[in-house]
Design a protein around this ligand. Structure first.
Ligand SMILES: NC(=O)c1ccc[n+]([C@@H]2O[C@H](COP(=O)([O-])OP(=O)(O)OC[C@H]3O[C@@H](n4cnc5c(N)ncnc54)[C@H](O)[C@@H]3O)[C@@H](O)[C@H]2O)c1
Length: 298
């Protein structure tokens, strides 16, 4: 798979000799990402939980075998990314198998939906552990390797729930919004080391969502329609960083956190705030702050 087949267009974006880690890649979106990256030459570490099917195969081993059957290069890592030891273990798997890490796709996820008042401590912890702590643990384990090589493409997975809120998903939304802060800060910190960090907000019919989506949308919402966006974010030609990109059902878009031009009055009283609320909320003029610290000129 390292040589480009003669019938491929010459401009195909490829990942030859790059090593990618994709968590939760034993199914759903992660599997689609792993297959696409491998089909374009990447060596892939396929991570997923250590749960065997009837044939005694784990989800990660199945997808790694699928990639190998298609002529690609992949190894499996079986184990929960929520475990504190998982990040270093996954990076170690990549280093042992391929001698490098270039790409980290933090994708593994679970939901434990319930209304906030009834949500248990365990349901909150489990969700934060997989999405937030799992992403922190793996990205931190890979960070040193990426920094040393002055190159990295990191993708984190947020969600419409984290960006806009969703009924019954307080735990999940908190984790997914936490990843936005994490990703944007790592984009700032990684800039000087050639590490780009972006977020994907995907929509697809998978084990996580199929039951909630009408049958007729399943094909249209194939994970394969999200994968090109994620693969692009993993490519060396991608110079974006700190972006939140949406991909679902063949539509690709940019999500923004904006700051309105607002209302300025250093002596503002509570009454001034009330009176000028329309100016504060007005979206006619706005900016996208590049990072938190932007002191006004002295
Ligand atoms: N499908 C959507 O519409 C949608 C929307 C927004 C965000 N997302 C996010 O996209 C990601 C992928 O979701 P999906 O829709 O493919 O779901 P999915 O359930 O089909 O796949 C998730 C995969 O992660 C694995 N996983 C779960 N816990 C893990 C752990 N602790 N360690 C390693 N692997 C683990 C699962 O075994 C599964 O293979 C998740 O982060 C999810 O929150 C999905």
């Amino acid at each position: 798979m390292t040589n480009q087949p003669p019938n491929q267009p010459p401009h195909q974006l490829r990942f030859d000799d790059r090593a990618a880690i994709v968590t939760g890649a034993g199914g759903g979106l992660g599997r689609a990402y792993a297959l696409l990256l491998a089909s374009r030459g990447a060596h892939v570490v396929v991570n997923d939980i250590d749960r065997k099917d009837d044939a005694g195969r784990t989800p990660a081993a199945s997808v790694a075998a699928e990639i190998a059957e298609l002529g690609g290069s992949a190894v499996a890592h079986d184990g929960s990314i929520a475990e504190p030891s998982a990040g270093p273990a996954v990076v170690d798997t990549a280093m042992q198998a391929f001698g490098r890490v270039d790409i980290v796709v933090n994708n593994a996820g679970i939901v434990r939906d319930r209304s906030f008042g009834k949500m248990s401590d365990q349901e909150i912890k489990d969700v934060l552990d997989v999405h937030l702590h799992g992403t922190i643990g793996l990205t931190r384990a890979a960070w040193g390797v990426l920094r040393e090589r002055q190159y990295g493409r990191v993708v984190m997975t947020t969600s419409v729930a984290g960006l806009w809120g969703n009924l019954g998903q307080a735990n999940y939304s908190a984790a997914k919004a936490g990843l936005v802060g994490l990703g944007r800060t790592l984009a700032v910190e990684g800039a000087r080391y050639g590490i780009r960090v972006n977020l994907i907000s995907p929509g697809a019919a998978t084990a996580m969502t199929s039951a909630m989506l009408p049958e007729h949308l399943h094909e249209r919402m194939s994970p394969d329609r999200v994968a090109p966006m994620v693969a692009y974010l993993c490519h060396e030609s991608c110079t974006l960083t700190g972006e939140i990109l949406f991909a679902a059902a063949g539509r690709y878009a940019r999500n923004l956190i904006i700051e309105t031009a607002g209302y300025e009055n250093p002596e503002a009283t509570v009454e001034d705030i009330a009176a000028h609320l329309p100016d504060i909320l007005d979206t006619t003029s706005w900016t996208v702050p590049a990072q938190a610290v932007q002191l006004p000129p002295g």
